[in-house]
Design a protein around this ligand. Structure first.
Ligand code: ZN
Length: 290
């Protein structure tokens, strides 16, 4: 059985065809332009490929409430031309298959829970620290939605007393994305992360914020596995620093062996490499078959 997946990002659209075992047979990517021409590419790619269902992990914010008139839409995005874009409707009408739909980061956590580092977990989170920060949340065997969907990349954090950077988030002076994203790193230090690899103070401050956010996610979601990735995490030494900071901030309060003694197994990079998003999209498609 063939299932289609789309990892829909603000700069590119990754499309793939896979099967129920997670094997990917084919993939392409298209630059994200205006919706009309972008959807033309997506639909042309899947037409004639005999997919039984399609899953989409999409940049947001999204309407995921199935009772809403705008279910399946991207909602109020600053991305020009994409505001209130009916993603599910356009794909469903053109391809005539069930379409599963969720946020890009919820897709990624689903990929890792199904085939990757969190396989078998009942609860897990996927954190990406790149240009922005996103957090996918899987709780009690399902993706977490609610009033809208979690936006834990904007969790408010306590500022480091010596950090005078203003925040790159237009909404919050002290949120995770505003203080710890790749955009914040280059805004604060005047250079990109890759050019700052040997500056310890850069990564100590990153670990302070990422570790703090993770401590909050542990307290709020109680994940069994934390998958951490994104451009900023390509600084490999940062993993151990983040583990140390998260443990210090929890300060022995969660009396579980994983946190007390096995942080290196608890906070990990994805097992699916750069693929959790597209694999998760395929799983969203499989799940849409019901
Ligand atoms: Zn924010």
């Amino acid at each position: 059985m063939l299932i289609g997946g789309i990892e829909a990002g603000g700069t590119k659209m990754v499309c793939a065809v896979g099967d129920e075992s997670g094997k990917v047979m084919d993939r392409v990517s298209f630059p994200t332009r205006q919706p009309e021409e972008t959807f033309r590419d997506l639909i042309d790619y899947f037409k004639g490929r005999d997919i039984q269902a399609l899953g989409v992990g999409c940049f947001g914010p999204l309407d995921l409430n199935k009772d809403s008139k705008t279910y399946g839409y991207i909602t109020k995005t600053p991305k020009k031309g994409w505001e209130y874009c009916d993603v599910v409707g356009m794909l469903k009408n053109a391809l005539n298959v069930p379409v599963g739909f969720d946020t890009d980061v919820n897709g990624a956590v689903l990929g890792e829970v199904t085939w990757g580092a969190a396989k078998g977990a009942e609860s897990a989170i996927y954190i990406t620290v790149g240009t922005g920060v996103g957090v996918g949340v899987y709780v009690n065997g399902g993706l977490l939605h609610g009033l809208v969907h979690p936006e834990a990349g904007h969790m408010l954090l306590g500022r480091h007393p010596e950090d005078e950077y203003v925040s790159c988030c237009p909404y919050h002076k002290n949120c995770m994305e505003g203080l710890a994203s790749g955009t914040a790193v280059s805004g604060r230090w005047g250079k990109k992360g890759v050019e700052l690899a040997d500056r310890d103070e850069v990564w100590e401050l990153e670990a302070f914020y990422i570790g703090q956010a993770i401590a909050n996610y542990v307290l709020a979601y109680s994940p069994q596995k934390i998958i951490l990735w994104g451009g900023v995490m390509h600084q490999e030494k940062l993993f151990d620093m983040v583990r140390r900071e998260a443990k210090n901030m929890l300060n022995g309060y969660i009396p579980h062996d994983m946190i007390l003694n096995s942080m290196e197994e608890y906070i990990v990079p994805p097992a699916l490499g750069e693929d959790p998003g597209i694999m998760g999209a395929i799983k969203l498609g499989l799940d849409a078959l019901g």
